[in-house]
Design a protein. Structure first.
Length: 551
């Protein structure tokens, strides 16, 4: 809010004295000496110096005039020291108050309101830059009767310089009278809207960049500020710089702590996942929600650096890459209207790939050569190849972060988040989250695949043991062959399993077979090729042939 104070006579500082006149109604030593000399000349012309009494009084006055500069200097130094002490005490008090501020709004509010009182100003504002040339009034303290400016978006030129860095270069801009400054008509119109007649602007720096301006304004009449007042303003801006840097550091620590907790929870969930499918599904879903992105995916490279999306979490209203990568026609279909969804395609369920020729042509991009990430705020501001832009447009991507997933030294794939709705200025903490998540994801992937391989080997050994046991229990050769064919076909989920016996001349014949329903039985057709034209068996068949070998 804007702090408004009632007008009073104290709010109008006196104009600087002209023609060498000292402040507070007192004459300077030079002016006193000149006056005494003028008096002597007048007395001489009138003949009054012939009077011994008048001559003696004038001599005493001249003797006092000779000692006056020393007394004046002592008095002036005492007044200066007193003023400096008062200003130092005011600054220390204000600095302590600023240091204790727990929020940015309170910090800015105290700075403007206290300065407005100390300097008896009509208005004091804090102006924050949004870019190099424009900004917003974020705090204001003013006397009543003038137009409030808090929240107003104002070009930087209205305070005396075109760009933010020019304020840093000049240090202080002191405009005694805005009407004489030479502002553009547009800037003059804004200054008139807020009744600004004179101003002093000093920059507020954060990490060597101009964060904003601290501005003192007079609205009733033009007024030049004394050097001591400007020095106070500069000192307060420095205190604000220190406070803002402390606040930023505290925010960074808080954000770091929050990110540590997020990463720890994500890694814990990943490590607890029983298989790669769950790992990917959990990663995409959690990452998209944490970053409030439109899409998160895991992309796996093939040997030739083509690849496929193996996991995705996508917000409602956007095409699912898992659905469109197998058939580009889906890219033209209606967007999903259902709630947010997270889907995963089993690796073995499809062989369709996304032919990302950019990644293929560059052999995985810079990731194979040590590049740690790609962070794009707007794809149309990059010098991408047309084919890559075309792919991004199909995937509706406008901004993204992409980090590599490594298994040891092998580039396995990519972890990516996308903003589809428009450009996005990715924050450093968001990029750091991605960079911190990718390595444990690669380790968890490697461990899960190793576990799955061991599980597969164990299961295979169990099957083989069971099959050998059944074979050993078979009473004759026919039963051995029949059992083997039946068990092998079921285990491998195949359409057919058979045992083929060679003759001495390497002709041969099928001696045992297990065949799924709907397929011709080779045991039935091998003796007579005409059987190939007959109806296919309608049920699963397991049979064993005896008798003389047949070709």
């Amino acid at each position: 809010m804007t702090a408004i104070y009632p007008r009073s006579s104290a709010n109008s500082s006196p104009e600087p004295r002209q023609n060498g006149e000292a402040g507070n109604g007192k004459l300077s030593p030079e002016e006193v000496a000149t006056s005494v000399q003028n008096l002597r000349e007048l007395l001489e012309k009138s003949g009054s110096l012939n009077n011994p009494q008048i001559s003696a009084q004038l001599q005493r006055l001249e003797q006092y005039t000779h000692s006056f500069p020393q007394a004046w200097q002592a008095q002036t130094e005492a007044a200066t020291q007193s003023q400096a002490k008062k200003q130092r005490e005011q600054l220390q008090k204000l600095s302590a108050t600023i240091h204790d501020c727990s929020s940015l709004d309170r910090l800015l509010g105290i700075a403007t309101s206290e300065l407005q009182k100390l300097l008896a100003a009509d208005r004091v504002v804090v102006y924050r830059f949004q870019n190099g040339k424009n900004g917003t009034i974020v705090s204001e303290a003013m006397v009543s009767g003038f137009t409030p400016s808090r929240g107003a978006k104002i070009p930087a030129i209205c305070f005396g310089a075109n760009r933010s860095q020019q304020y840093r270069q000049q240090g202080v801009i002191h405009i005694h009278d805005v009407a004489q400054w030479g502002f553009t008509p547009y800037a003059q119109q804004i200054l008139e809207k807020y009744q600004i007649r004179s101003l002093v602007a000093v920059p507020i720096l954060v990490e060597e960049q101009v964060w904003g301006l601290l501005v003192v304004q007079q609205c009733r009449q033009p007024q030049a500020r004394h050097e001591a007042e400007i020095n106070l303003l500069v000192q307060v801006s420095r205190e604000m710089t220190l406070a803002l840097q402390r606040a930023k550091f505290r925010r960074q620590l808080q954000q770091q702590s929050e990110q540590d907790n997020i990463v720890s929870k994500l890694i814990e969930k990943i490590q607890q996942a029983p298989d790669t499918d769950t790992i990917f599904r959990t990663t995409c879903q959690e990452l998209r929600q944490v970053l409030k992105a439109d899409r998160a995916i895991v992309y796996r490279f093939n040997a030739d650096f083509t690849g496929e999306v193996v996991a995705e979490s996508v917000a409602s209203g956007w095409v699912s890459l898992l659905q469109v990568q197998g058939d580009d026609e889906v890219l033209q279909s209606d967007r999903t209207a259902s709630d947010d969804r997270c889907v995963l395609r089993k690796w073995a369920s499809s062989t369709m790939n996304i032919n990302d020729t950019y990644m293929q042509d560059t052999q995985g991009g810079g990731f194979t050569r040590g590049k740690q990430y790609t962070c794009i705020n707007d794809v149309y501001e990059q010098d991408f190849a047309p084919c890559y832009i075309e792919s991004l447009e199909k995937y509706q991507a406008r901004a993204y972060i992409m980090v590599p997933i490594f298994q040891g030294n092998h580039l396995w794939g990519l972890l990516s988040v996308y903003q589809n709705s428009g450009p996005r200025n990715w924050q450093e903490r968001e990029l750091n989250l991605m960079l911190r998540l990718a390595p444990p994801l690669g380790v968890a992937l490697q461990q899960a695949e190793a576990t799955e391989r061991l599980s597969s080997v164990a299961e295979q050994e169990k099957i083989i043991s069971r099959l050998i046991e059944k074979i050993q229990q078979a009473p004759n050769t026919d039963s051995i062959f029949r059992t083997t064919c039946q068990e092998v076909r079921q285990v491998l989920n195949a359409d057919r399993a058979l045992v083929y016996q060679f003759n001495p001349d390497y002709t041969g014949q099928v001696v045992a077979e297990s065949v799924a329903s709907g397929w011709v039985s080779l045991l039935q057709v091998q003796g007579d090729d005409e059987v190939l034209q007959s109806d296919r068996t309608a049920s699963d068949a397991v049979s064993c042939a005896n008798g003389p070998p047949a070709r």
